[in-house]
Design a protein around this ligand. Sequence first.
Ligand SMILES: Cc1cc2nc3c(=O)[nH]c(=O)nc-3n(C[C@H](O)[C@H](O)[C@H](O)COP(=O)(O)OP(=O)(O)OC[C@H]3O[C@@H](n4cnc5c(N)ncnc54)[C@H](O)[C@@H]3O)c2cc1C
Length: 538
Amino acid sequence: MNLSLTNISPSKNRQSDFDCDVLVIGGGPAGCWAALEAVATNASVVLVEKGYCGSSGATASAGTQIWYVKPDPEEREAAMASREAMGGYLSDRNWMRPVLDKTFESVNRLADWGYPFPRDESGEQQRISVQGPEYMRLLRRKVKNAGVTILDHHPATHLLVDGDRVAGATGIVQQGGGEWQVTAGAVVLAAGGCAFMSKALGCDVLTGDGYLMGAEVGAELSGMEFSSAYAISPAFASITKTALYRFAQFYRKDESLIEGAGSARGRSIIARTLLSEPVFARLDLAETDEVRTILRQAQPNFFVPFDRRGIDPFTQMFEVKLRLEGTVRGTGGLRLTGLDCATTVPGLYAAGDNATREPICGGFTGGGSHNAAWAIASGSFAGVAAAGFAKANAKPHSISDPQAENLARNPSHYADPTAILAAVQNEVFPLDINYFRTHDVLSAALKRLDSLWDDIKTAVPVDENGTLRLRQAQAMTATARYMYKAAISRTETRGMHRRDDFPKQDPAQHHRLVLSGLDDILIRSEPVGSDLLPEVAE
Ligand SMILES: Cc1cc2nc3c(=O)[nH]c(=O)nc-3n(C[C@H](O)[C@H](O)[C@H](O)COP(=O)(O)OP(=O)(O)OC[C@H]3O[C@@H](n4cnc5c(N)ncnc54)[C@H](O)[C@@H]3O)c2cc1C
């Protein structure tokens, strides 16, 4: 692929500067909770968002189940035990307990703020799920009213440093053009995960920017092998809410049933079938009008694309595909050093999908409850800790921009973000590379991604409009490299990481994989320090 046209040097067109105690990057639930908790300590807080805080990101577009568990010892025990085996025993109850406590407290605050939780027959509010649009609209209002400066359509592109600590960020003013700079005593990265622009609803803004920004200043990543989350979606639509497929059966084109595809292990059966033929679904287990009405009320936007096309999913077959959600409903992200959600870089904190969720879900998906709780709790913990760091340390005074300096040192060339995106997607979308993994296939893909990275790492866009697209393409390339570096190293099947050449869990690999570096990616294992159940025999 020819990505380069000519050598050039980067230019600056600064439009706005801000100074604050805490900068939050990303305005999904994790960023909003971080901002709320930071501002509650009297810190000055700026929140920058790539899209519009309140309607951008994975939560904003759909209903979300939350890991909301009453502080009853038996219920809590069952909740903690529920995904430990599925996650390959890489989770840690020393994290689960405070996450459950904080989630319970924060969701109760939502109720106090007037979130309209539905009530059961006895009149008790059911607080185990929220509708994304209402939830995010409420959070935006609370964040704004609390005095946080929200900068919508202000994507961050890279972090600023002062010596060894993080001191703010710079980015792009999407509407109006130019760049912004925020100097901050501490930064919370809450820019979500990476779904590689697979067109999963709400996820095309989630391009791994936070992983790259963190890694550029020396932060470590963990759990990146647990990044092969694919969701069932209609072939003709982007809606990837999967709860309703519990009412589905799956068929071949000739209407013969695909046995086992609707079971707990059904995703693998569907994936295997898709390697050779199309797969169709029908929600024919929702047999009564009463059940169908309940499903429509529970997930209204699931039905929108069907209604538009005049398809009745309860009675008519429709083609499905598996859409990559990468780390959004996977697990990997920046490694945290403790419950304050600090990264290894002073002044840098991470929350939500931007951080690894291994502490509460191990190697299994955090979707369906844990991730929403994680966004709330890790956001809250990070917000408080970032504000504390900013107050405890002198204001940054000698700001530098390592990425701009790197660009100035290295000859830069124009690159076409569309071509880079296509090249990355070719490596991460195919089920026979990323879902059914083997050493040979992963190694070949990583070699191509490494070469792509070498081509594009110091590239600049053809014009200002391309700046964000190029930066996103670079972040997705980096993310894919971290994923496959870890996936090659984990020579076993654990959690969502499936190795066709190592189909069993290996007790000797009961550890986390920690990555660092940009051009040369280093990898090391880290024990799971906790009171987990002992490893089960295979
Ligand atoms: C279809 C679907 C259904 C799901 N259902 C559930 C569920 O039922 N239960 C559950 O627990 N989890 C669920 N999840 C996962 C859950 O949605 C996420 O874990 C959650 O949204 C994470 O919150 P977040 O704030 O970290 O990220 P997001 O909500 O994705 O927000 C990240 C924000 O950062 C912004 N951003 C990105 N890059 C930048 C940048 N460079 N600069 C500034 N801003 C940036 C984005 O625009 C976005 O607004 C689901 C996910 C999907 C895709």
